[in-house]
Design a binder for this molecule. Structure first.
Ligand code: ZN
Length: 155
């Protein structure tokens, strides 16, 4: 496990946390976010990647991802979701759950990476912040019941 960092946006809790458990936080991608419903789960411990998870975190990660994916589909109407982890810009274990809309080719596979970069470079408008916020709160509300068994609650 890497040491917590005073620079780390997760360790310093710079982002809104919608649900928390003893081991995880549910957040949304920070603005500018390409799509409303772009959620993230982050380990509470400062871990560099999947290979640094505790055994309990390993068991819980799949359950959490499935519930968040279900909620993102329900709240955004997306066809399916993508789940990825890089831990590159922020080297603290976090997994993205991203809506893939059948009607929007720019959310498909690697086109999504192009859209992400275009949003970051301000060549493409991000999702409306208020909509992203409302969607994240709705996703969290939908997950709260199913994830209560893992100790999730509103912070
Ligand atoms: Zn951290």
């Amino acid at each position: 496990m890497s040491a917590p960092s005073t620079e780390c946006p997760f360790c310093t809790r710079k982002q809104t946390i919608y649900l928390e458990s003893p081991r995880w936080w549910l957040l949304r991608h920070a603005d500018p976010v390409p799509l409303a419903g772009w959620m993230m789960i982050a380990a509470r411990e400062h871990r560099g990647g999947l290979d640094e998870m505790s055994e309990t975190e390993q068991r819980e990660a799949g359950v959490i991802l499935a519930e968040v994916a279900r909620a993102v589909r329900a709240e955004t109407g997306c066809e399916r979701t993508y789940s990825i982890t890089f831990n590159e810009a922020v080297k603290h274990l976090h997994l993205h759950v991203i809506p893939r809309h059948a009607s929007d080719e720019s959310t498909t596979s690697w086109a999504l990476a192009d859209r992400y970069r275009a949003t970051a470079r301000k060549e493409r408008a991000p999702a409306d912040s208020a909509e992203a916020e409302a969607t994240a709160r709705a996703v969290a509300a939908r997950c709260a019941g199913p994830l209560a068994a893992l100790g999730f609650r509103a912070p």
